[in-house]
Every structure is written in structure tokens, then in C-alpha cells.
Design a protein around this ligand. Structure first.
Ligand code: UTP
Length: 302
């Protein structure tokens, strides 16, 4: 019988350089940039916990202490909030992670690519299926998070699951692009994949279905990563290892998830996400709308 595909570990590869947010990312890891009042890493952790993950593995580099500090207990701050009677804030500071969820920090000593970062998590993950979340892809949802949807698919189909969405053809060079198996099951959340290629030129792209930063991977990916040589950009690409799984006849599905993705790895994506989350916040909605209308009027009058 094939593996039941239970997912309890989530890996967050956060050891990239974040050059698109320089100079801010010189001292603030991009995963700590806030959207309204929570850093990107908190949204991703919440999504993983909601999907049932109880071990969160952060692959960091030596400049990313802030991420470990963020999930640690802040004794002095908590004590001050306590004596000031600021119970709501105290609760928010304490609830970065629910009880029963543990964090493990692993170092990627050199930024050798996303695939290499995932491989660094191997000693913690072992051979079990696991999730990978890139926190700079922030996925907004009114109901179940994207990862919870994918976990349901992985358990049902007993295979790896990659989140995808359609992108304009001229953008394929920024993404991993998938091709689908002809005659494969036509369920939007589980499209059987026949290939995946990293950052193809628009003319060469096999489709416009682009990989988004959520994956559920079989433990076999580690052997594939071990064998993967540097690819696009001279980095060890997760995409190439996923292609090796497919070539080895392992089941890999593309999942069109429900939700809206904001690419917070670039500036405009972070602006868009901030507006979206502000408009979803009962305390901020009215003033945000008023401000946006004023800005629009100013720009149209200029
Ligand atoms: P990006 O392609 O967004 O690169 O990485 P980056 O370095 O974070 O940002 P820019 O492009 O310089 O602005 C995608 C994900 O893979 C992680 C990043 O932290 C991000 O979550 N990553 C990338 C690693 O953990 N290690 C690497 O060697 C490369």
C-alpha cells in the first residue's frame, strides 16, 4: 500500500538574501516585514498550524536572528504589559505559536538556492512527507488556508502537491512552470503533472501555470535534491528535484488553490497585501478607504 501522506512538519526556507528589499533587508529579514501588524513569517506559521503542522523548521542564515527572537518568549516585554494591565496585547505577544507546536532552527551557511535550503532541513524532517512554505508568498483566504487545502489533496491522492496559479505569459521567466499530464484527472485541486521547468522564456514555457510558494513533498525529494546539480542562476533548484520525482514516476499534482496570492518578495506585492489586509480589518477599513479615495482624487487632479 502507498504511503498515507500525513503531514506534520512544515519547512520555512528563509535564508535568502532578500535583495529586493535592500536597504531595509540589511538588518530586517524580509520575512519580518509587517503586513498591518504581523510579520510575513507569522502569517505563514499560522497557515501551517491551521493545516495541522506541529513542527516548524526554519532554515535561516546567520543574519536572521530576528526570526528566532520573534518566536521566543519576550520576558521583559510580557512583564511590562502584565503590570500595565494590557491583557489584549499580552495575549497577542504570547500567541505567536499555540501550545504543542515546536520550532526548530537549521542554518544554511551559504545561499546556494531554495533546493539546497530545503535539503538543509533533512535531518529534522527524516523520510516523512512535509510542507514547504515561502513566507513572502502571502495567500489571503476567507476560509481555509492554501496549505490546509493542499494537505487534504495530498492525503486523498497520496502524492506530492504543488500550489499553482495562472500568470500572464510574459511573466513565465520569473516562475517554475508546470505541464499537465494529458488525460489526467480534471479536478482543479489535483492536476497530474508531467513536467516542471524553472523560469522558462515565455516562448518556451509549456503552459502559464506557475508555481506559488507552497509545496507538499514526499520525503523522496531529499535523495533527488542530493543528486541535483546547480541549475538556473547557478542555484540548486527545488524545481529540478521535483522534475526528478516526476521522471521517477512518483505522483506529483498541481493544485489550483482557493485564495489570493500576494508576492511580498517584491515591493508592489507588499503594497497590495497591505491594502488588502487593511481593508479586511474592521478598525482600519473606513480610514483606509477614505485615504485611498483622497489619494485617487489627488492623482486624478494632478
Ligand atoms: P527568492 O528567490 O525570493 O530570493 O527566494 P531571496 O534571496 O529571498 O530574495 P531576493 O530575490 O534577493 O530579493 C525564494 C525563497 O527561498 C529562500 C528565500 O529565503 C525565499 O523564502 N532561499 C533562497 C533560501 O532559503 N536559501 C537560498 O539559498 C535561496
Amino acid at each position: 500500500m502507498s504511503h498515507p501522506f500525513k503531514v506534520s512538519t512544515a519547512v520555512f526556507p528563509v535564508a535568502g538574501l532578500g535583495t529586493r528589499f535592500l536597504p531595509a533587508s540589511k538588518v530586517v529579514p524580509k520575512e519580518m516585514l509587517p503586513v498591518v501588524d504581523m510579520p510575513l513569517i507569522q502569517y505563514a506559521a499560522n497557515e501551517a498550524v491551521e493545516a495541522g503542522c506541529t513542527t516548524l523548521v526554519f532554515v535561516v542564515n546567520r543574519y536572521k536572528h530576528a526570526i528566532a527572537d520573534y518566536f521566543d518568549t519576550a520576558y521583559e516585554l510580557e512583564h511590562k504589559l502584565e503590570i500595565k494591565g494590557k491583557d489584549d496585547l499580552l495575549e497577542r505577544v504570547r500567541s505567536t505559536l499555540p501550545d504543542g507546536v515546536r520550532c526548530v532552527f537549521v542554518t544554511q551557511s551559504e545561499a546556494r538556492g531554495l533546493g539546497h535550503a530545503v535539503l538543509c532541513a533533512r535531518p529534522v524532517v527524516g523520510d516523512e512527507p512535509f510542507a514547504v512554505l515561502l513566507p513572502d508568498d502571502l495567500i489571503w483566504n476567507r476560509r481555509h488556508g492554501a496549505l490546509a487545502q493542499m494537505v487534504a489533496v495530498a492525503e486523498r491522492e497520496r502524492g506530492s502537491v504543488i500550489a499553482v496559479e495562472d500568470v500572464p505569459r510574459e511573466k513565465t521567466g520569473s516562475y517554475g512552470i508546470v505541464s499537465l499530464r494529458e488525460g489526467g484527472a480534471a479536478q482543479a485541486d489535483a492536476l497530474a503533472m508531467s513536467a516542471i521547468v524553472e523560469k522558462p522564456e515565455p516562448a518556451q514555457a509549456p503552459s502559464t501555470l506557475a508555481v506559488v510558494g507552497r509545496y507538499i513533498l514526499s520525503g523522496r525529494i531529499f535523495d533527488a535534491l542530493d543528486r541535483t546539480t546547480p541549475g538556473a542562476g547557478g542555484e540548486i533548484q527545488l524545481t529540478d528535484a521535483i522534475q526528478a520525482l516526476i521522471a521517477d514516476d512518483q505522483p506529483v499534482f498541481a493544485c489550483r488553490f482557493r485564495g489570493t496570492r500576494y508576492d511580498c518578495g517584491n515591493k508592489f506585492g507588499l503594497v497590495q497585501a497591505t491594502l488588502r489586509y487593511a481593508l479586511e480589518d474592521a478598525d482600519l477599513k473606513a480610514q483606509t478607504l477614505t485615504h485611498m479615495r483622497r489619494l485617487l482624487a489627488d492623482h486624478e487632479g494632478a
